[in-house]
Design a protein around this ligand. Structure first.
Ligand code: FE2
Ligand code: FE2
Length: 152
């Protein structure tokens, strides 16, 4: 994947910084969803598979962003990734929906900011579409949770 328009130095640095934030947010989501997959699998394997599938999407997103940082001449850098690892199923889903909400807001704003970068824009649009699916899936699951499941 190439960046179609060579940005000037200030713009390049700004884009790299944005991609670093994205990459680290994706790490956080990947780890949180894997923790949740492990925590729920024996109780609810369908939800466990849903967490795993979302985690694999987020892992792919990490690499989209790290590869793009490389292509722009940056060096991917890692931060801390705080995760909400336990609680009831409802607690986990709420924490995950919050991450997906943040992701949707972040990528929607970036679509505006990257109108001059066609390929990056297309990449963010594709990632945003995945986040919308995760948000809908987790929200639907939370809505379907019975009182009993909520107390687990
Ligand atoms: Fe993601
Ligand atoms: Fe997501």
């Amino acid at each position: 994947m190439n960046v179609d328009k060579i940005p000037d130095e200030a713009r390049r640095k700004q884009i790299i910084e944005m991609l670093q934030d994205n990459m680290n947010a994706e790490f956080r989501a990947t780890l949180q969803y894997i923790c949740h997959r492990i925590a729920v699998y024996s109780r609810d394997s369908v939800l466990g598979e849903s967490f795993k599938s979302a985690a694999l999407d987020e892992m792919a997103h990490i690499l989209y962003f790290s590869d793009m940082i490389d292509k722009l001449g940056g060096r991917p850098g890692f931060t801390e990734w705080p995760v909400r690892s336990g609680g009831t199923i409802a607690d986990m889903l709420q924490a995950d929906i919050a991450l997906e909400h943040e992701a949707r807001e972040r990528y929607a704003a970036q679509l505006e900011a990257l109108a001059d970068q066609q390929q990056l824009h297309a990449l963010i649009a594709s990632v945003l579409s995945d986040e919308e699916e995760h948000h809908a899936e987790f929200s639907g699951y939370l809505a379907r949770c019975s009182g009993d499941i909520m107390k687990q």
